[in-house]
Write a protein that binds this ligand. Structure first.
Ligand code: DQA
Length: 146
């Protein structure tokens, strides 16, 4: 039971706190990371928490998580709706994959209804704001087997 939990964040999530707070809330990604790290610590797990605006970097990190992680939580941001590359990379992940969104994309613009992540995720958590990260950590650690 020593593998780390991975939380990967996609484009524009580095702007949380400033970015459309009426949709995404006022908590920063830094603050969310600190809280997730303390939840992981309580469960005696280490946490790898990263953000990138670059699709290829996220693909590299998903491939790394496939080798290293006990579970993967992914908020792919807008790449959720566009990225076959992330979809393909997720197919390589043997452990639980939790798709995460602060907002509920299904209740927003039509273009957010296309989703390349959900079909290759174990489960999805959407619409709970920053609290969704805490829920996802709890769920991922409960599902993790390695
Ligand atoms: C998001 C939802 C996506 O549709 C959007 O492009 C984001 C954030 C969310 O967390 O609600 O960047 O993933």
């Amino acid at each position: 039971m020593t593998r780390p939990l991975y939380i990967l964040n996609g484009p524009n999530l580095n702007m949380l706190g400033q970015r459309e707070p009426e949709i995404y809330g006022t908590r920063t990604l830094d603050g969310i990371e600190k809280h997730c790290a303390s939840l992981a610590r309580e469960a005696k797990r280490t946490l790898v928490f990263r953000q990138s605006n670059a699709e290829g970097t996220l693909v590299d990190w998903v491939q790394e998580a496939a080798q290293e992680a006990c579970a993967l939580i992914l908020n792919a941001g807008a790449y959720t709706h566009t990225s076959i590359a992330l979809h393909d990379a997720l197919r390589l992940v043997p452990g639980p994959v939790i798709e995460l969104h602060l907002s509920n994309p299904a209740a927003r613009e039509n273009f957010r209804r296309t989703n390349y992540i959900a079909p290759v995720a174990t489960a999805s958590i959407c619409g709970f704001g920053a609290m969704g990260y805490e829920m996802a950590v709890t769920a991922a650690l409960a599902l993790a087997k390695t």
